[in-house]
Design a protein around this ligand. Sequence first.
Ligand SMILES: Cc1cc2nc3c(=O)[nH]c(=O)nc-3n(C[C@H](O)[C@H](O)[C@H](O)COP(=O)(O)O)c2cc1C
Ligand code: SF4
Length: 422
Amino acid sequence: MPAAKHKIVTAFEGIPQSRSLETYLKHGGYQNLKKALSMKPDALVDLVKASGLRGRGGAGFPTGLKWSFIPKDSKERYLVCNNDEGEPGTFKDRYILELSPHMLLEGMIITAYAIQSKKGYVYTRCEFYEEIEWLNQAIDEAYETGYLGENIIGSGFSFNLDHYIGAGAYVCGEETGMLSSLEGKKGYPKLKPPFPAVAGYLGKPTIINNTETLATIPWIIEHGAEAFRKFGTEKSPGTKLFCVSGPVKNPGVFERPLGYPLQKLIYEDAGGLIDGKELKAVIPGGASSPVLNKEDVMTMKLDFESLAGAGSMLGSGAVIVIPHDVNIFDVFKVTADFFHHESCGQCTPCREGTGWIANILQGIEENKGSPADFERIYKIATQLMGRTICALSDAAAMPARGFVNKFRDELNAYIETKRNTR
Ligand SMILES: Cc1cc2nc3c(=O)[nH]c(=O)nc-3n(C[C@H](O)[C@H](O)[C@H](O)COP(=O)(O)O)c2cc1C
Ligand code: SF4
């Protein structure tokens, strides 16, 4: 792989025709697959465990540990790449496909070998028109050259891969909703346990990993666990893709070591705010992560522990910058509407609660609010947490509580301004 500081999944940045198989091979592509195929599957699982890699899809679950949950006596196993990228503000997985779809494929084939899966799926949302084509082309190339299919490069190991295009429902990014969708059913999440690693696709053990997680695997095979741990922090090793959006001079995707200062990401890498705007707040990990105020931003480190310690989360790494001239109420409302719209409706707290929050905010916007409304929203949100089939309900509740916690004065002032115009 082309070597550059802090570059693992973005190693092909700036390389012409980076998506082609020819370019990938020229830069050592599929050599890590060869190396992995010469190792014992369990040794690969141990290596990924030792690297400390944590899932990049949002929850940060240790990847090697997840792989080790597959029951030893199971014969039929599946691998699914979560390429749904539905978390608002997130545009990192598509960037991997823009740079190097073969890196994802190599990571998937290595993972399939490590967990001894013969069949895998990539689940991509339908809005990614170009990325779908790029990945399809890479899959065709990999089949033509023997990196996918039967007896991969003469190793005796076989792995077949299908590309499944989802309809773009947020809930289908949740792993069990995704499995229902893959099984041809409505994308309803399923109760856990059993977890997919034990009973997943068609009831068989299934490993579901995010695109960024899987694309990191070849680098770990090439450089080893210790080299990976040189980036990031002890509990959050490695690098992470951060998607910076909002009114900044240089929005985009940045690969940085975990533990990176949020202030530096916004003011140096993303160039600071445009047109003399002042920072008001930041949503650090996609719409489901609780908002940070300006004071938090100045000292915050971007890793799983630091953000959790501040009552927020690293999530998908989608850093949404909110300037001084944007009303927090508007951000709150658009977020609440999104979660209400995306609730699949199976669980009463989520189906009703997300609607109640959205309706109260609608009432405030229509000048029918009272200061007690935000207290009510906070209580409703608390009732949404930890009581449902999947975590969409928590994903709706956490930011709602976060807005009330961090911006209660501004929200109450908004109601007052509205009331004065009655
Ligand atoms: C409502 C909801 C939406 C999700 N959307 C995504 C998504 O778009 N992409 C993703 O990788 N993970 C998403 N997740 C997390 C997945 O359920 C799962 O944890 C992840 O794919 C596991 O991969 P990882 O261990 O590599 O992070 C979502 C979770 C929830 C609750
Ligand atoms: S929590 Fe919400 S989205 Fe998840 S299964 Fe229940 S109703 Fe559906």
